[in-house]
Design a protein around this ligand. Structure first.
Ligand code: SF4
Ligand code: SF4
Length: 226
């Protein structure tokens, strides 16, 4: 899931002041931002209180099923069409993908209310960890399904680096070195690294990504447009 964190309210205030937005509609996200406690009903009501303290009127709010789904977001906006139309701006408590989806679904100026942090694993309720940066050229087959690109702070494919000490990471000292973990898991499974991994081909990371299951096209938006 996409992990978000609250955005600096001074910046949000500046955004709204810049267009003299007095009446605000708030849109949340029923999936990731709700699970991350950043864009569900509770956080929307907190944002509403802050906006009202600033002297603004909240014309309405909604938590769509999932903010980055265009159809679901259009539906949520349609259900609140009067309140959206009555607003000067829409504040979105969702990841950057959700913000852009809302901007595609409504005609009002749209502003982000959160910061998008990372693609996160849910370790336990309320505890998230980044395990994958979606590099497009996965090496987990070579690394006992532990991602060095993401979990080694230096992103080293082959390690450990010279700073590893007693099995712990030089940078994140309270954490075990990613490459120590990799070696241990491989050994526990009676496996070993087959080779030194070559430098990563970051051109495999397609930006902006686009997949069209209807046509079978996958690549950058524009590479494969219908
Ligand atoms: S190697 Fe790339 S795709 Fe595989 S887990 Fe790491 S960042 Fe994700
Ligand atoms: S100690 Fe290990 S995890 Fe930490 S930076 Fe060096 S190689 Fe990466």
């Amino acid at each position: 899931m996409i992990i978000t964190r609250p955005r600096d309210w001074a910046r949000i205030k500046r955004n709204l002041d810049d267009i003299d937005a007095k009446r605000i509609f708030i849109m949340g996200c029923g999936q990731c931002a709700t699970v991350a406690n950043t864009g569900g009903e509770k956080e929307i009501l907190q944002a509403k209180a802050i906006l009202e303290q600033q002297g603004r009127t909240v014309t309405g709010w909604a938590v769509g099923e999932v903010a980055c789904h265009l159809g679901a977001t259009k539906l949520a906006a349609r259900k609140s069409i009067g309140s959206v139309e009555d607003a000067d701006a829409v504040l979105v408590l969702a990841c950057g993908a959700g913000v852009q989806t809302v901007a595609d679904a409504v005609s009002k100026p749209v502003f982000p209310g959160l910061e998008s942090a990372f693609l996160g694993n849910v370790i336990r309720h309320g505890i998230f960890e980044e395990r994958c940066q979606m590099c497009g050229d996965c090496v987990l087959d070579e690394t006992a399904a532990i991602c060095p690109v993401t979990t080694c702070p230096k992103g080293l494919l082959n390690g450990p680096c010279g700073g590893m000490w007693n099995g712990n990471c030089e940078v994140l000292r309270d954490r075990e070195c990613t490459h120590v973990r990799i070696q241990r898991r491989l050994a526990e499974q009676g496996r070993q690294r087959r080779s030194v991994l070559p430098p990563k081909d970051f051109s495999k990371k397609l930006k902006p990504g686009s997949i069209n299951l209807r046509t079978g096209n996958a690549g950058r938006k524009g590479d494969s447009d219908e």
